[in-house]
Design a protein around this ligand. Structure first.
Ligand SMILES: [Mg+2]
Length: 112
């Protein structure tokens, strides 16, 4: 889990380098996707993977997520918990336990 100290350090590195000018929501969203691709690349040809490389790419994804949340002025804990409530509704335990099926394939699709 990351802490406020991590967020402060991330903001500092951006401020010191005046990178904020490049951190539009669009650019940050693209960067998340690009870094997610680099993370996926770690597993491209084999289930074996380099733990250090995976950690670095995961850190890149999370870093851009933190920057985008900051740029949008949203609290990551809040939006994740809000989304979690929706996920709970879409995937009732009684229909989704042990299943990887998409909610639309479950007996109850979570519709109110
Ligand atoms: Mg990377």
């Amino acid at each position: 889990m990351f802490t406020a100290e991590t967020v402060i350090a991330l903001r500092a590195i951006v401020a010191e380098r005046e990178w904020d000018q490049f951190h539009s929501p669009e650019n940050l969203a693209k960067s998340i996707s690009i870094e997610a691709g680099e993370l996926l690349e770690c597993f491209q040809w084999s289930p074996e993977f380099d733990q250090t490389r995976v950690e670095e790419e995961l850190a890149d994804v999370v870093t851009y997520c933190i920057h985008l949340a900051g740029r949008l002025g949203v609290d990551l804990d809040e939006i994740v918990m809000r989304k979690l409530e929706k996920t709970r509704a879409k995937y009732p335990v009684e229909h989704s336990r042990g299943s990887s099926a998409k909610y639309t394939e479950l007996p109850n699709d979570g519709a109110p």
